[in-house]
Design a protein around this ligand. Structure first.
Ligand code: HEM
Ligand SMILES: *[C@@H]1O[C@H](CO)[C@@H](O)[C@H](O)[C@H]1NC(C)=O
Length: 326
């Protein structure tokens, strides 16, 4: 009887507990400098390359939406011969990811300070928080204790990450499938108050929106002309395309100007502008556009929620963030 119970608890209860019980200060005893080393390293890197700031916030989101926050976005495809099989090599990620090197740097330092202790998934969660805080989001505590997964599949990316041409119901359904509601969707989309998008991500809005309207009517005409001056009718692969700021008003810091831009029909991504197309989301956008202090706080809370997405797969603390152990 007790053997059965023990077996049950090892097989079922234990893995769930490890993944579910994230807590603030998880490394306080085992690696007290983990968060400070991460923050210092991320800060130094962002001074040299500010693009790392949006890059890290997006990486954490892309990690958490595919298999939960398990560092699966950081794994390299196993071998050249097997092809681009890892999440990071999916076309949706690929050339547009930024900030991967700084995580390797943090990991290398933490393996010296406290070997085999701090997971890559946690490093990414800390780094995303730090990046956001350098961009103007209030510092928030990150519950930690995640384990790194051993699986990363490019094929799992398309149906788990939102695409910029989704309609609002598909987008809302995807977020709901991750336990995130409409308000989370509106608040998290504000991550697009910084960073950039390349022409292929919004090209259809300029040149082939619908059979009768080549240009998206929800796009401000002069903004559309500006975008056309940067993106020619012929699409090139993302890595060879030009990029423009996601926030048409103020793209350096994370501020509510992103929502102000939406009220002016200057959302760059189709999905962002669509937040103005339904009554409940439009009300939220207007509210956030009118109160500069509200959104940063709400964003911090929503990021903690995203950071709690988990899988029940067994995990490990990786030695290198780009490959599984052994
Ligand atoms: C709501 C659905 C979302 C869609 C459809 C979407 C899609 C995209 C696309 C297409 C890009 C530009 C890629 C490129 O052309 O280079 C982008 C960039 C970005 N996304 Fe999202 N995204 C969404 C939600 C989020 C969320 C929830 C976050 C974070 C909390 C986020 C953070 C970012 C950041 C920071 C960038 C800029 C990256 C950089 O400059 O390196 N996105 N997103
Ligand atoms: C949204 O897109 C999905 C998938 O393409 C489609 O099935 C659905 O009918 C669309 N909904 C609306 C309201 O256009």
């Amino acid at each position: 009887m007790s053997a059965v119970l023990l077996l049950f608890s090892i097989v079922f209860v234990l893995p769930l507990a490890i993944h579910g019980d994230l807590r603030v200060g998880f490394y306080q005893e085992t690696c007290p400098l983990a968060e400070a080393i991460t923050r210092g390293t991320v800060f130094a890197a962002t001074v040299l390359n500010p693009g790392i700031v949006p890059g890290l916030v997006r990486l954490h989101f892309h990690d958490c939406f595919v298999r939960g926050c398990d560092g699966s976005i950081l794994l390299d495809s196993p071998t050249e011969a097997e092809g681009d099989t890892a999440e990071k090599d999916s076309p949706l990620n690929g050339a547009s990811l930024r900030g991967l090197e700084v995580l390797d740097d943090v990991k290398a330092q933490l393996e010296i300070a406290c070997p085999g202790t701090v997971s890559c998934a946690d490093i990414l969660a800390f780094a995303a928080r730090d990046a956001a805080s350098f961009a103007g989001i209030p510092y928030y505590e990150v519950p930690s204790g995640r384990l790194d997964g051993r699986i990363s599949l490019a094929d799992e990316v398309p149906h788990n990450l939102p695409m910029p041409f989704y309609n609002l119901s598909t987008l809302a359904n995807l977020f709901a499938s991750k336990g995130l509601n409409l308000e989370d969707l509106v608040v998290l989309s504000g991550a697009h108050s910084m960073g950039r998008a390349h022409c292929p991500s919004f090209h259809y809005r300029l040149y082939h929106f619908s059979p009768t309207q080549p240009q998206d009517p929800s796009l401000d005409p002069s903004y559309a002309n500006y975008l056309k001056s940067i993106c020619p009718p012929t699409v090139k692969p993302l890595g060879e395309s030009s990029a423009v700021p996601l926030d048409a008003i103020s793209s350096n810091m994370m501020t509510n100007t992103f929502y102000v831009a939406l009220t002016q029909h200057k959302g760059l991504l189709g999905t962002d502008q669509l937040l103005m197309s339904s009554l409940p989301t439009r009300k939220m956008v207007r509210r956030l556009a009118h109160s500069p202090h509200l959104w940063p706080k709400m964003f911090a809370e929503a990021m903690v929620k995203v950071g709690r997405l988990t899988t029940n797969e067994p995990g490990e603390v990786r030695k290198y963030c780009r490959s599984i152990n052994g």
